[in-house]
Design a protein around this ligand. Structure first.
Ligand code: PAF
Length: 326
């Protein structure tokens, strides 16, 4: 592996294992993401970098900027639009502000399980959304995965939708999610991820929602007492690329980038499964009270007014097609 210490003080690792050579004059690409290097995003980004090096004979070296080193997800996506960041691994959280078609996937309780979500995203419905990115000044290489989101807070063991009333919950900068929490009577507070830990520590918010791997790797047990396994929404991730970089690639290189991103996405999904397998036990051991079976059916029922709005805003036939996907 080739390593270099960046000006940010971070260790950048260009993974060129598996016998891939570094070209004489490699092109270095900056890749940013919000989670630590050991996270599912880190594992996915490393697998992408390795596959890309192999597929392009070491022409492209990827420098990693994990842990929000290049800013929160919204800022990084803007960076890709401007061409100041080459690649971003991000949740769809803020992406709907750039490419509104992604918002349909952010509807709560849309996907039954991982197989359902992955099947839809990897099929023609997911591809049709990836195809919308260029007209919004971005390139989407592949869907990755953040995971099903669960609720944590410091006030109450949430089992019923009524328990959420009055809770100040940090959401992503995503109005589909915010609408859902408002409908439940919570006070959604959109906030960039880098600010969330301190906000929980200082009590400016009561809680937040994220997949188990994020709750574990973010050490949220230090500042949150209750975890409810609401699984209220699936959180897709994306490999995004700056169009300015993309336009420089040959057709064969474009294919290599997409294939490498798919390899990265598969590694990311595997890592989500690995972290989920022991994550809940870890959080309990760290002192969190876990509500394993909150009343999901009642949460979905309580969201009826929000669903009525989503049906008006998005294509109801598409929502139905996604729900009925087998
Ligand atoms: O909560 C968020 O903002 C996202 O889930 C995170 C943790 C940045 C991962 O994409």
């Amino acid at each position: 592996a080739a390593t270099a210490v960046l000006g940010t003080g971070l260790l950048a690792v260009a993974l060129l294992g598996g016998g891939a050579a570094i070209a004489a004059d490699p092109i270095t690409l900056k890749l940013g993401y919000s989670l630590p290097p050991t996270s599912h995003y880190g594992v996915g980004a490393d697998a992408f970098a390795k596959a890309l090096a192999e597929k392009t004979d070491g022409k492209y070296v990827v420098e990693m900027f994990p842990s929000n080193a290049l800013g929160g997800e919204r800022e990084m996506i803007e960076g890709a639009q401007f061409g100041t960041i080459d690649l971003v691994v991000t949740s769809t959280g803020p992406v709907g502000n750039f490419v509104p078609d992604t918002l349909t996937f952010d509807i709560p309780f849309l996907f039954r399980d991982y197989a359902h979500a992955r099947g839809v995203l990897d099929g023609e419905i997911g591809q049709a959304v990836l195809d919308k990115f260029p007209e919004r000044g971005l390139i989407a290489l592949a869907w990755g995965e953040n995971g099903f989101r669960h609720l944590t807070n410091n006030k109450v063991a949430v089992t019923e939708p009524e328990d959420v009333k009055g809770l100040k919950i940090r959401t992503m900068q995503n109005d589909v999610h915010m609408r859902a929490f408002t409908t439940l009577g919570a006070l959604p507070t959109p906030m960039a991820f880098p600010e969330v830990f301190t906000a929980m520590q200082q009590g400016t918010i009561d809680g937040q929602e994220n997949p188990i791997p994020v709750i574990v790797s973010g050490n949220f047990a230090q500042v949150q007492k209750y975890l409810s396994l609401t699984g209220h929404v699936y959180s897709p991730a994306l490999f995004i690329m700056a169009p300015s970089r993309w336009d420089e690639l040959s057709d064969a290189e474009k294919t290599a980038f997409k294939e490498a991103a798919k390899i990265g996405a598969d590694a990311m999904r595997k890592q989500v499964e690995t972290f989920e397998a022991d994550g809940i036990a870890k959080l309990e051991a760290a002192g969190m009270t876990v509500v394993e079976h909150p009343d999901g059916a009642r949460f979905a029922e309580a969201l009826a007014p929000a669903y009525a709005e989503y049906e008006k805003r998005f294509d109801p036939a598409l929502i139905k097609r996604i729900r009925e996907w087998q």
